[in-house]
Write a protein that binds this ligand. Structure first.
Ligand code: AMP
Ligand code: MG
Length: 405
């Protein structure tokens, strides 16, 4: 039985970045740039004023000099002629510096009198000028392939007049809930049945991880039906199934996948909860069979499926960084498997403290909802005392930690 790290590597190593598609600027936000972006021109494109003020020639100016104002250059208008010797041009931020001028004196360092100004400072050449190419030069690599595109990257594309951005394709992820007991939203409740929560929850998790979910109809624990649904799911880049993957009489997922030609890479991982998960591959598809229990299904999605989807989606770092926290209570590890402990996180002084989010038995979804992270408790014999440092996979941004409140 592979350890957590071994199993995650096996999944990650079989996930490779998908192909490229070109999308519009706004659709690129949140996507991953597929190829290096080279600057097609200098930015700024010309020397321009960094201030509202007066363009002058430094060498003609002293503190107290009086100069006639001979022109007005708002942003968006380029000077058509050179600045005359001994004069100043009124210029606004962003306007190109007129030929002949070599610095800008801000309004607040001048006194205006009718059509002339008196300088309250001695300017130096280059003052308050943003130089052509000082931000980017033509041919510079502006953004590297693998960059997550945020509003600041969109600003770069827009200022280079790029309307179509090459991004890595989103993985198509088929989601298949299996089980005779499962009802769909709107079905009448019947004794012994439950509503399918894994389907919607895993679809939402796929969206959050940058994939496109394709929710298949629920598969019953019947070989023929299951086979047909799995076959459909194998057309996607990734097939995520839930339930039917342990050793019960109705656990048919693995055998049916094998019949369809999928090669099993592993079954069972040394973690609790989540042990009975399986990973198999076909040429076209990666198949991750998650346990049915909703807590186990979502935890294993976080730790195995999300990194795989990120790698397929082109992210440079598919595994998101864990954070370190100190245990707020003593924890007894398991001797055979790593424990995925649902914890609340709270900053207390200089320590991030992890405490149980409640009942750790797998059936309690409430404690997953409350949890800020998953503490990875390594295999061990002796109880870990209060204050032990552990790795935590965050489930929220730090500003949103509930701290158990
Ligand atoms: P199984 O792996 O088929 O033995 O299922 C384990 C547990 O998870 C059982 O209690 C199932 O009823 C429950 N379960 C399985 N699939 C789902 C689902 N899609 N939504 C909610 N609970 C589920
Ligand atoms: Mg079942």
């Amino acid at each position: 039985m592979p350890t957590f790290a071994e199993a995650r590597d096996l999944v990650l190593n079989s996930a490779t970045p998908l192909g490229v598609e070109v999308v519009g600027l706004l659709d690129a936000c949140g996507r991953v740039l597929a190829t290096d972006q080279i600057s097609n021109w200098d930015l700024p494109m010309w020397d321009n004023s960094a201030m509202d003020g007066f363009a002058v020639r430094a060498q003609e100016c002293r503190e107290g000099s009086v100069l006639p104002v001979v022109g007005f250059l708002p942003a968006g208008r380029a000077a058509t002629q050179a600045l005359e010797a001994g004069s100043a041009a009124r210029i606004l931020t962003g306007a190109p510096i007129p030929p002949g001028s070599d610095c800008v004196v801000p309004f607040e360092l001048t006194q205006e009198h009718h059509d002339s100004i008196r300088l309250l400072t001695q300017p130096r050449a280059g003052d308050h000028i943003r130089r052509k190419g000082s931000d980017l030069r033509v041919g510079d690599r502006v953004l590297a392939a693998g960059t997550l595109i945020r509003p600041s990257e969109i600003a770069i594309f827009a200022s280079l007049a790029i309307a179509g951005v090459p991004v890595t394709r989103r993985p198509q992820v088929a989601i298949l809930s299996t089980g005779d007991e499962l009802l769909r939203p709107g079905d009448p409740l019947e004794p012994g049945r439950i509503f399918d929560s894994n389907g919607p929850a895993l679809a939402a998790a796929v969206l959050e991880a940058g994939g496109t979910p394709i929710i298949l109809p629920i598969a019953r624990d019947d070989p023929a039906a299951l086979r047909q649904q799995l076959q459909q799911g194998l057309r996607a880049d990734v097939l995520v199934t839930s339930a039917g993957v342990s050793t019960g009489d109705r656990d048919l997922v693995r055998a049916t996948l094998a019949e369809l030609g999928a090669q099993e890479v592993f079954w069972k991982v040394a973690i609790q909860p989540g042990r009975p998960m399986a990973f198999a591959v076909t040429e076209e598809c990666r198949i991750i069979s998650l346990p049915g229990n909703p807590v186990a299904a979502l935890l294993t999605f976080e730790l195995f499926v999300r990194p795989a989807l990120r790698r397929m989606g082109g992210h440079r770092r598919p595994i998101e960084a864990t954070i370190r926290a100190t245990l707020g209570e003593s924890v007894r590890p398991r001797s055979d498997r790593m424990t995925l402990r649902r914890v609340c996180l709270e900053q207390i002084g200089d320590q991030l403290v992890a405490t149980s989010s409640g009942q750790q038995a797998t059936g309690y979804v409430q404690t997953l909802v409350r949890a800020d992270g998953i503490a990875l408790i390594p295999v061990g014999i002796d109880p870990l005392p209060v204050g032990t440092v552990v790795e935590v996979h965050p489930l929220r941004k730090s500003g949103d930690f509930s701290g158990g409140n």
